[in-house]
Design a protein around this ligand. Structure first.
Ligand code: BTN
Length: 244
């Protein structure tokens, strides 16, 4: 995959910019990367916004054409990208994990998130816009930001954004190229091994209910399988459940 870079001083959202570019030009090559120093309307999951101080962090989107991944298995992308990012971050500290489905955590705090927006053309996945935000050199976060942390707060050093971007893109391309239908199980195991709270019993909230459960596994479609304390097994979609 050859990467083509579009570097913007400022944009509304790199995911939206890439989406608009694809709509205008009909299509864009796999490996197109849109990166910006500042987003005025950065988007997160579940309709949240993504705040990032100007010039301090990595906020970018990469375009993939995952035609070889069956549409029902779109979650493979979340797994591969999360594995790739944690792989790089683990060079700096060992306490990085993937919080289901695709947040990256350091201990109990969030360092990175991703917003994957996929088009379905006929029966295959065509454009997948992989938007990634990683807190790198930001030292102060808004007081209402949910539990953030940056790499500099962890290592005590300033980090070079271009070097980190290069490492992360290399790692993403590496993991992505490794995918074949035959190694889905290997990918699942790697993902499970890196999962936040993958062992032990923790509280979860489901609507107004709070219950204790342990992670039993992940369905191929990405749903989380939990085992409640009474031994019953339940499967949850991302929007239905949160960690307490
Ligand atoms: C989340 O954790 O809720 C997902 C955050 C995703 C943020 C990135 S920053 C680059 C890209 N452009 C966006 O508008 N969002 C993603």
């Amino acid at each position: 995959m050859n990467e083509t870079f579009i570097h913007l001083n400022e944009t509304h959202s790199t995911n939206s910019y890439l989406r608009e570019l694809i709509m205008r030009e009909k299509e864009q090559p796999e490996g197109t990367v849109v990166i910006t120093d500042y987003q005025t309307a950065g988007r997160g999951q579940k309709g949240n916004s993504w705040e990032s101080e100007r010039g301090k962090n990595l906020t970018f989107s990469i375009l993939l054409h995952p035609n070889h991944i069956p549409p029902g298995k779109q979650f493979i992308l979340s797994q591969l990208i999360s594995i790739a990012i944690v792989g790089v971050l683990k060079e700096y500290d060992r306490h990085f994990t993937i919080k289901w489905p695709n947040d990256i955590y350091w201990k109990e705090k969030k360092i990175a998130g991703m917003l994957i927006e996929v088009d379905l053309t006929g029966s295959s996945l065509s454009n997948a816009i992989i938007g990634i935000g990683i807190n790198i050199n930001q030292r102060h976060f808004k007081s209402d930001a949910p539990n953030p942390v940056s790499l500099t707060q962890i290592t005590g050093k300033e980090h070079n954004l271009s070097e980190l971007l290069e490492k992360i893109l290399d790692s993403i391309v590496d993991e992505y190229n490794k995918y074949t239908p035959d190694n889905e199980e290997e990918i699942r195991q790697k993902y499970m091994a890196l999962l936040f709270r993958n062992k032990g019993i923790y509280p979860y909230s489901y609507g107004k209910e709070i219950f204790n459960a342990s992670i039993e596994g992940i369905e191929p479609n990405g749903q989380l399988i939990l085992k409640k304390e009474n031994g019953s097994i339940h499967t949850f979609a991302f929007k239905e459940i949160s960690f307490v």
